[in-house]
Design a binder for this molecule. Structure first.
Ligand SMILES: Nc1nc2c(ncn2[C@@H]2O[C@H](COP(=O)(O)OP(=O)(O)OP(=O)(O)O)[C@@H](O)[C@H]2O)c(=O)[nH]1
Length: 244
């Protein structure tokens, strides 16, 4: 499955791995599910960590966006799994719960440490969630802007319970940032992805080694610390694979 760029040249879809980080209760799962399904689901298993996949078109270019909805219980303690996996990070807090905003700092510090000296730099987006709860706001928009600018990251405020497009916009912006960064450094944060595994397209012949097929075909990975499942209905997202 290939897309066309504005110039009409065929281009291969690539992968963009987005890790969604933040304190418990900030709305990581709600945002992830909203992006993938356009729905707002109110109850999630807080101990379940999943990776989902969605085929997107961003600026007329196809991309497979993989989203890791993380489930850190004590902040960024055991974080190698997403630091080494992600091409972009969303750090989420709830504008109505100050402790979730304070919980962003250790994530931003870890990410700064991780990307020091890295080229290309994985982009980070700071995301104030739950703007529908503005009347209970505990974190001013300007505080979000200030924190983001201290860490040189983009900043958005959204609500997982309101319109889908603003949530989609955030994930698409992450893809754009990854593309920009890759373009700047000439090194790929986006990996080419085979949809037809039999034969790589010739346009990819000069690309760096492809991930093993098992990785390229990954649609839903579960690294649950609990055995229960989300109460959301089963969803079919891509190529007949199901998530829960
Ligand atoms: N009003 C409102 N509630 C939200 C929003 N996003 C999430 N919530 C609610 O906030 C609670 C926590 O949301 P989750 O998505 O489970 O948060 P999380 O960051 O994944 O939390 P853990 O799974 O515990 O790590 C749930 O009750 C959600 O329904 C939002 O934008 N607006």
């Amino acid at each position: 499955m290939f897309g066309r760029s504005r110039t009409g040249v065929l281009s291969a879809p690539s992968e963009c791995n987005v890790a969604v980080l933040g304190t418990m209760g900030s709305g990581k799962s709600a945002l992830t599910v909203k992006f993938l399904t356009k729905r707002f689901i109110t109850e999630y298993d807080p101990y379940l960590e999943d990776t989902y996949s969605s085929e997107e078109i961003v600026d007329q270019q196809p991309v497979v966006v993989k989203v890791m909805d993380t489930a850190d219980q004590d902040g960024p303690v055991d974080c190698e799994r997403y630091l080494t996996w992600a091409s972009a990070f969303l750090v989420v807090y709830s504008i109505a719960e100050r402790h979730t905003f304070e919980g962003c700092q250790p994530y931003l510090d870890i990410l700064a440490l991780h990307s020091r000296g890295e080229a290309p730099q994985p982009p980070v987006i700071l995301l104030g969630n739950k703007v529908d709860m503005d009347r209970y706001r505990q974190v001013g928009r300007c505080e979000g802007v200030a924190l983001a600018s201290r860490h040189s990251c983009l900043f958005f405020e959204v609500s997982a319970s309101l319109d889908f497009l603003s949530v989609q916009q955030v994930f698409h912006e992450a893809v754009r940032e990854v593309r920009r960064e890759a373009g700047r450094e000439g090194a790929p944060l986006l990996r080419p992805l085979y949809i037809n595994e039999d034969k790589p397209p010739s346009s990819l012949s000069a690309s760096p080694p492809l991930p093993p097929l098992a990785t390229a075909k990954l649609v839903s990975v579960k690294s649950s610390r609990a055995h229960s499942k989300r109460r959301a209905p089963t969803l079919t997202l891509l190529k007949g694979f199901k998530i829960f």
